[in-house]
Write a protein that binds this ligand. Structure first.
Ligand SMILES: [Zn+2]
Length: 399
C-alpha cells in the first residue's frame, strides 16, 4: 500500500526528532514475595532432584491473543499516541502498529471496531510539514487538503453505513501536530470540549466500541526498604558479597530506563518505597497499572544455577501465564544460563485475585552461585535491554 511508504517517511522524521521524556515518578519502592525459606528450599530441592526441565515455548501465545478478536467483516482499529507531538494515530495494520511502537509511540488499545468494507471510506492524509495525519469521510475535504500540500495516503478504514456507534471528532486549536482527536466515548468528547477543544461532531461511524487502555507497567524491585516490616530494610538473599535487594533495585531502574527510552513505555518502578510486599498488588492497582513484573534473585546451596519465573499457583489474574512466558523467554535469552522453567507458587506479590492485574516474578539467577553472578554482572546491560524488549512485547500483546 502506498500509505505504508508515506508513513515510513514520516516515521523517519519522528525517529530523528525523538528524545523521549518520561514522567518522573519519584523514586521508590520495594517489593514482594512470600518466599518462606522452607518453601524455597522444598521447591528447589524438588527441582534439583531431577525434575526434568521442560521448556515452555508452546505456551507462548500469539501477540494479540489478549485483544478481543473481531468477527468476520470487522476490523479492530488500533489507537497509538505520540508522547512528543501529542498526536493520536489510528491504523488497522498490525505491522504499522509495531513499527510505530518501535519508534516510540505508545499503543493504547483498540479505539473502535470498523467494518472491513463499506460504501463509506474514511480517507487518510498526511501533512509533511506539521507531521500529523487527518482522516475524513468527505471527498471534497480530501481533495482540498491534497491541493494544499497534504499527501493522500489512501483509505484508512470504513465507516458503518448503519451508523451503529458514533465516533466523535474534536479539534485542539492550540496544538501544532495531532490537532484532532477521535473517540467513541461521549464523556471524553464532552471533557475535551470543557478543556478548550472544539467539538466538531460525528466524524464517522463504528460497528462497536473499542477498549482503549493505557498500558502501565509496575516494575517491582524485590525486597528493599519496608518489604517485610515497616521501616526495616529487607536485604533478601545474599551471597558472594552480593545483596539481592541491591541487585533487584539496580536491574529494575536500568530496565525501566531502556523501556522508556527505547520503546516509550509507561513504567512505574517500585524501588525501596517502603510498601510491604503483600501490599504491592494493591499499590499497583491504586496507580492504575495494567501489568506487574517483580524482579528477584534466587539463592539455594551455592551450586544451583539458572533462571526461573513464577506466577501465582491459585490466584493468578488472567493472562499472567502469557506475561510470564514473554518475560521468561527474553530473560533466559539474555543470560544464557540454565533455563529452569516457568513455575507456579503461592507468592503474594503475584496474587491478582482482588486486582485482576496479570503478574509474574522473575528469578534472574542465583545470587549465591559465583558463576551465575559473574555471567550476570558481565551481561547486565543486555539483560536490562532484553527485559525492556519483553515489556514492549507484553504491551503490544495488550498488557
Ligand atoms: Zn527474592
Amino acid at each position: 500500500m502506498r500509505s505504508l511508504k508515506a508513513l515510513f517517511v514520516c516515521l523517519a522524521t519522528f525517529v530523528m526528532l525523538f528524545a523521549i521524556q518520561v514522567p518522573a515518578f519519584g523514586v521508590e519502592a520495594d517489593d514482594i514475595l512470600v518466599e518462606t525459606p522452607e518453601a524455597v528450599e522444598a521447591a528447589t530441592r524438588a527441582q534439583e532432584a531431577g525434575e526434568a526441565f521442560v521448556p515452555d515455548i508452546d505456551s507462548i501465545e500469539a501477540p494479540d491473543s489478549a485483544l478481543r478478536a473481531a468477527s468476520d467483516g470487522q476490523t479492530e482499529m488500533y489507537r497509538l499516541y505520540n508522547p512528543n507531538s501529542g498526536e493520536h494515530f489510528y491504523t488497522a495494520d498490525m505491522n504499522e502498529r509495531r513499527n510505530l511502537v518501535a519508534a516510540g509511540w505508545r499503543y493504547e488499545g483498540v479505539g473502535w471496531v470498523a467494518p472491513t468494507s463499506s460504501s463509506a471510506p474514511v480517507y487518510r492524509l498526511y501533512n509533511p510539514n506539521a507531521g500529523d495525519h487527518h482522516y475524513t469521510l468527505d471527498v471534497a475535504e480530501r481533495d482540498n487538503l491534497s491541493s494544499l500540500g497534504w499527501n493522500y495516503e489512501g483509505v484508512g478504514w470504513y465507516s458503518d453505513t448503519d451508523q451503529t456507534v458514533m465516533v466523535y471528532r474534536e479539534y485542539n486549536p492550540n496544538a501544532i501536530a495531532g490537532a484532532h482527536n477521535f473517540t467513541t466515548d461521549e464523556s471524553e468528547d464532552v471533557y475535551l470540549g470543557s478543556a478548550g477543544w472544539n467539538r466538531e461532531g460525528v466524524a464517522w461511524y463504528a460497528l462497536d466500541y473499542g477498549h482503549a487502555k493505557v498500558s502501565y507497567i509496575y516494575l517491582d524491585a524485590g525486597h528493599g526498604l519496608g518489604s517485610s516490616s515497616p521501616g526495616v530494610y529487607d536485604s533478601g538473599a545474599t551471597g558472594n558479597g552480593y545483596i539481592e535487594a541491591e541487585q533487584t533495585a539496580e536491574l529494575t531502574e536500568l530496565t525501566a530506563k531502556y523501556a522508556r527510552e527505547l520503546y516509550g513505555l509507561n513504567v512505574y518502578t517500585n524501588v525501596n518505597s517502603g510498601v510491604q510486599y503483600w501490599n504491592r498488588q494493591a499499590d499497583a492497582n491504586a496507580r492504575e497499572c495494567t501489568s506487574f513484573v517483580s524482579i528477584h534473585f534466587n539463592a539455594f546451596d551455592g551450586v544451583a544455577t539458572g533462571t526461573e519465573s513464577y506466577i501465582h499457583s491459585t490466584a493468578a489474574a488472567p493472562g499472567s501465564d502469557t506475561l510470564q512466558s514473554i518475560m521468561h523467554s527474553h530473560l533466559v535469552k539474555s543470560l544464557g544460563l540454565r533455563d529452569r522453567g516457568t513455575k507456579q507458587r503461592e507468592l503474594s506479590v503475584c496474587n491478582g485475585s482482588s486486582t485482576g492485574i496479570p503478574a509474574t516474578l522473575l528469578e534472574v539467577c542465583f545470587v549465591d552461585n559465583s558463576y551465575d553472578m559473574q555471567v550476570y554482572r558481565q551481561k547486565i546491560d543486555g539483560v536490562a535491554r532484553e527485559l525492556a524488549a519483553g515489556l514492549n512485547e507484553a504491551v503490544n500483546a495488550g498488557f
